[in-house]
Design a protein around this ligand. Structure first.
Ligand code: URA
Length: 297
């Protein structure tokens, strides 16, 4: 990489702004010695004249591994990032749905599952791992039986869910209830959860970092309940559990699994509220669910 005078001036300006350097007369000084660039000049007392720093790309050290907790979240001024520096870019969406190949842990005995889930719900209620904690009324853990054969997974709580602390109680939820009734099921016979447990403000899509911060709760719920089938309501559930990032319409009817548990891809009920003429697709997916349930009996 060739270092141009202009680029060097910009770098010095940035270091000054970050407080790495200070002005001493006509000189710029570092507060602490900078790292030496292999083959480059000493930077102990740089002048404003641009030094030439021949750093070949292959000489650059590899980017350090960054733990998830270090990703900056828009609006979050916390962390160890200097206040004036540019926040790093958000994590790429491809980080969601990274395949987990580890086998499922030992099955929690059915009699212990409600208590295990209840303990987890208390933990989730105190969660402050992402900025959604600041805007939520309460967390929305999930509802249903710990012995469910089917888990329905949505995206995240909306306004009504945030107020009531229960998933799918708004307009989309009423449609989900109808879908359940269509296959002779009640809420109390399944488990309903979301990818994120807190409401994204204004019902926006959850950000990648929010999904990454929260998805482990969903995974743990599924590990504990160990349903026979997972029914994904919309693209976020599908992305999170299978890594499928294309449109749900392309995934419907294809076979997916999450750690050995069959996953059915379906549209989010809110989609049918916007496009009632597509409701037939819901019925087709529910039939797939019934078929899968009978196969795994
Ligand atoms: N939409 C979701 O994805 N989840 C809810 O709980 C409500 C609406």
């Amino acid at each position: 990489m060739e270092s141009t005078p202009k680029a060097w001036q910009a770098t010095l300006a940035y270091w000054l702004e970050c407080g790495l350097m200070f002005r001493s007369g006509s000189q710029l000084e570092f507060h602490t010695p900078p790292p030496r660039v292999r083959g480059g000049p000493s930077l102990a007392r740089p002048s404003l004249a641009p030094p030439v720093l021949p750093v070949a790309p292959e000489e650059r050290p590899p980017a350090p591994h960054r733990p998830l907790s270090s990703w900056a979240v828009p609006g979050d001024a916390g962390g160890s990032i200097p206040a004036q520096s540019q926040p790093p870019p958000p994590p790429p969406q491809e980080m969601i749905g990274a395949r987990i190949e580890t086998p499922l842990p030992a099955l929690v005995p059915a009699a212990e599952r409600p208590a295990v889930l209840a303990r987890m719900a208390t933990e989730v209620a105190d969660c402050a791992q992402c900025p959604l904690a600041k805007t939520r009324t309460q967390t929305v853990f999930g509802v249903g039986t710990a012995e469910a054969s089917v888990c329905f997974v949505g995206e995240g709580p909306g306004a009504e869910e945030d107020l009531r602390g229960e998933p799918f109680v708004g307009a989309a939820g009423r449609l989900l209830d109808q879908m359940l009734h269509a296959i002779a099921l009640e809420r109390s016979q399944v488990f309903i959860a979301n990818v994120v447990k807190c409401r994204p403000p204004g019902n926006r899509n959850p950000h990648t970092e929010e999904v990454l911060a929260c998805q482990d709760y969903l995974f743990r719920q599924l590990e504990i309940i160990r349903p026979k089938v997972i029914f994904c309501l919309g693209k976020f559930a599908l992305l999170c559990l299978t890594g499928h990032a294309e449109a749900v319409g392309q995934a419907r009817g294809r076979s997916f699994s999450w750690r050995g548990i069959p996953v059915i891809a379906s549209f989010h009920p809110a989609y049918y509220l916007r496009t009632p003429s597509r409701k037939r697709a819901a019925w087709e997916d529910l039939l797939r669910l019934m078929k899968q349930l009978h196969q795994t009996e």
